[in-house]
Design a binder for this molecule. Structure first.
Ligand code: SF4
Ligand code: SF4
Length: 387
């Protein structure tokens, strides 16, 4: 089968096959296989584009095994926008019926219906208590919430984007982030039922039309010019990419309002109260790929943590992916587990008390190995005793 991929020809031509990205690719590091590397995948994309390779199982596996971590992008001297190439390829593969079967599309569709998602998640929590759900295999939190504290607005200086799954499973993080933002004196509107989903998981799965539809909905639901603060690295990266996704100046202007919560807080640290005493913790920072490689906004995490904990330590793996990748850890569990093993070794070498991760997917994926993993701003809230 051949497929028609909507590539930007210049973006596809930019790769010179130098291979400098290979050490930064987690799937290549684990497999040693060139077709599981950025260079190999781009070469296959070109062959698909030229019609010199069919869309067979080998090509599908090469594309499906990509975590879309985009660790290859900052390493590339030619500036190849690999994430855009992979999203276009996956979109064409979905059109050809090669990936993302109907049941996955159905699951993704619920993400845009917030009340339905919350109700379904609560029912899942009950089933989990009754031991009817293989939580570990599905990558679920150890104890899903049945009930959640309500969102409340404290003003409209900033929006706090609360999204879909994170709001269902980890609302406590949103509430802690809101308390910290409010401690700077800013009034916060949590987006809650408005703007229910950024569409990141849809884009990753090759569901371009639903992703664009959700992007238009989010833009319509969050008018004005207030900053849109995001405490999930994956959502923030998607919201900052609406200009590319929709290709309009309105979308680009919307994206310019989006800021990661750590980025925003690093600029407002002087407005926070001084902690009586920093938390007595050695904290290792795990950089989510969509914060480090895509948003390039990972350094503020250190600035935010430094006054609030005893010690901040770096991992020695140069920001290699942890293997979470949105739904990747569920869809490709074996490779995701091997990639995580490498991250776990790097964390163990750092000997932390706690790991700080600014992305809900990474946090759950790493916590499943028994680590204490928390959002960095939750640690700030704890240090400031903000209940
Ligand atoms: S993606 Fe960039 S770094 Fe990787 S092989 Fe192509 S040009 Fe080289
Ligand atoms: S996005 Fe990540 S997994 Fe995919 S090719 Fe690039 S570095 Fe490798």
């Amino acid at each position: 089968m051949t497929i028609d991929i909507d590539f930007d020809a210049d973006e596809l031509a930019a790769c010179v096959s130098c291979g400098l990205c290979l050490p930064h690719c987690p799937t290549y590091r684990v497999t040693g296989d060139d077709t599981a590397s950025p260079r190999g995948r781009i070469s296959l994309m070109r062959m698909l584009d030229e019609g010199t390779a069919p869309l067979d199982d080998h090509v599908i596996e090469s594309m499906a095994s990509c975590i879309q971590c985009r660790g290859c992008e900052p390493a590339c001297p030619s500036g190849v926008p690999f994430g855009h190439l992979m999203e276009a390829t996956r979109e064409a593969m979905v059109r050809a019926g090669a990936i993302t079967p109907w049941w996955q599309r159905l699951a993704f569709r619920t993400l845009g219906h917030h009340r339905l998602l919350l109700t379904g998640s609560s029912m899942l929590a009950v089933a989990q208590r009754l031991r009817l759900v293989p939580s570990k295999r599905l990558g679920l939190p150890a104890r899903l919430p049945i009930r959640r504290a309500a969102h409340r607005s404290s003003g409209n200086d900033v929006y706090l984007f609360t999204g879909c799954v994170m709001d269902a499973w980890q609302r406590e993080t949103h509430l802690a982030v809101q308390r910290v933002i409010e401690a700077t004196g800013a009034g916060v509107t949590p987006t809650a039922d408005r703007a229910p989903c950024c569409g990141a998981l849809h884009s990753h799965a090759g569901l371009g039309d639903p992703a664009r539809s959700l992007a238009r909905e989010v833009m319509r639901d969050l008018p004005g010019d207030q900053p849109i603060i995001v405490d999930s690295a994956g959502c923030g990266a998607a919201l900052k990419d609406y200009g590319h996704l929709l290709g309009t100046t309105e979308a680009a202007a919307f994206s310019a309002r989006v800021v990661d919560a750590n980025e925003w807080l690093a600029d407002h640290l002087h407005e926070l109260p001084v902690p009586i005493e920093p938390l007595d913790l050695r904290v290792a920072v795990q950089d989510p790929c969509h914060l480090r490689h895509v948003q390039r906004a990972h350094l503020p995490v250190r600035a935010v943590l430094a006054p609030h904990v005893r010690e901040v330590v770096e991992l020695d793996d140069d920001g290699l992916c942890c293997g979470a990748g949105g739904a990747y850890s569920v869809l490709e569990p074996e490779l995701a587990g091997k990639v995580r093993d490498r991250k776990r070794e790097a964390i163990d070498r750092a000997r932390p008390d706690v790991v700080a991760s600014a992305n809900p997917g990474c946090l759950l994926h790493l916590a499943a190995t028994g680590l204490d993993v928390r959002h960095p701003i939750e640690l700030v809230a704890e240090a400031l005793d903000l209940d």
